[in-house]
Design a protein around this ligand. Structure first.
Ligand code: C5P
Length: 307
């Protein structure tokens, strides 16, 4: 086998409830993930000299690290260590998902690299092996492997299935520059009434709101649009007040729901169907409030071999 190609999807969070930080600094989450049809492509070729390397093209390529800190390289290194592989790999990633956009672009590249290297090296890792490695790599990486729609708890890495139906048409508005996820969590915690206790934190473990679960069971996009929820939206808006204009514009254009995606700064709009998605995309593009607008439907599968 000479080259292996994997398509790895972006994720959005339809609901994201965040608890106060744990002793390890991570925040307990209850989130509903959906994978959407916006893909990075991860290719893996053999590197006979045993080295692990990566090259990156496409959206935001100039800000992605190319050394051992690259999440896809870390994924390859972790898989190689776990299965005693000494063959090496040359990874090349073509990005469509913006970097630091709240869409798990880096996490999905890591998930893609796990799948690609597993196929290239013939390690035959089980799904559970890959999920365990994914969880070591980052909170969103397990979901990027699995895709579809799922609830994430713990750091977001503990997945369980959701009774959901329907397909959803999203419009994504990218900002000119990314937002750092740790910075957005820190801004969330800054609004605190005491050490580690936020004024807005519900007691106990965070939970996914029942109206969202009911809306997903019904498959009604109008109900889903009303039930969208993201605890990270307020801190992202405090850090980037200008995003409000983009969100307001989506509401004026009758989006069924308008929300910051994950830790932002990408803004997410739910359309009632394909025609409405085109109208929303055109309206947002011509507004000058965002850098680029993309459409993506969901749910779609997780990181998967295409060749
Ligand atoms: O897990 P991942 O490396 O993707 O997380 C990036 C950063 O986001 C973490 O270092 C942490 O600051 C923050 N985070 C968090 N709680 C989570 C997930 C991420 O505080 N559940």
């Amino acid at each position: 086998m000479t080259t292996v190609t994997v398509r790895a999807p972006a994720k959005i969070n339809l609901g994201l409830s965040v608890g106060p930080p744990r002793p390890d600094g991570y925040h307990p989450l209850a989130t509903v993930y959906q994978a959407v049809a916006l893909y990075d492509e991860v290719k893996a070729r053999p590197a006979p000299d045993g080295t692990l390397s990566v090259s990156v093209t496409g959206e935001g390529h100039d800000v992605v690290p190319l050394d051992a800190t690259n999440l896809a390289v870390r994924a390859a290194a972790l898989l190689a260590k776990r299965f005693d592989v000494d063959e090496g790999v040359a990874l090349s990633i073509h990005k469509t998902i913006p970097v630091a956009g709240g869409l798990a672009g880096g996490s999905t590249d890591a998930a893609g690299a796990l799948v690609a290297c597993d196929a290239l090296w013939g390690t035959q890792a089980t799904r559970d092996d890959l999920l365990a490695l994914a969880s070591e790599l980052g909170s969103d990486v397990p979901f990027c492997l699995v895709g579809g729609i799922a609830v994430g708890t713990g750091r977001g890495d503990q997945l369980s299935s959701v009774l959901a139906r329907g397909s959803y048409e999203w419009v994504l508005a990218y900002a000119a520059t990314g937002l750092s996820t740790p910075q957005v969590y820190a801004e969330l915690d800054r609004v605190a009434i005491g050490p580690g206790v936020r004024a807005d934190a519900a007691p106990g473990a965070p939970e996914v709101a029942e109206p969202l679960m009911a809306a997903l069971r019904s498959g009604d996009p109008y109900a889903v649009g009303l039930a969208l929820h993201n605890d990270l939206e307020a801190p992202a808006l405090r850090l980037r007040p200008g995003l409000r204009r983009t969100l307001d514009l989506g509401r004026e254009l009758d989006a069924l729901g308008s929300m910051v995606s994950g830790s932002g700064p990408t803004c997410l709009f739910l359309a009632s169907g394909e025609d409405h998605a085109v109208d929303l995309a055109v309206g947002l593009s011509s507004s000058g409030t965002c850098r680029l607008v993309q459409r993506a439907s969901g749910p779609v599968h997780g990181a998967r071999l295409v060749t």
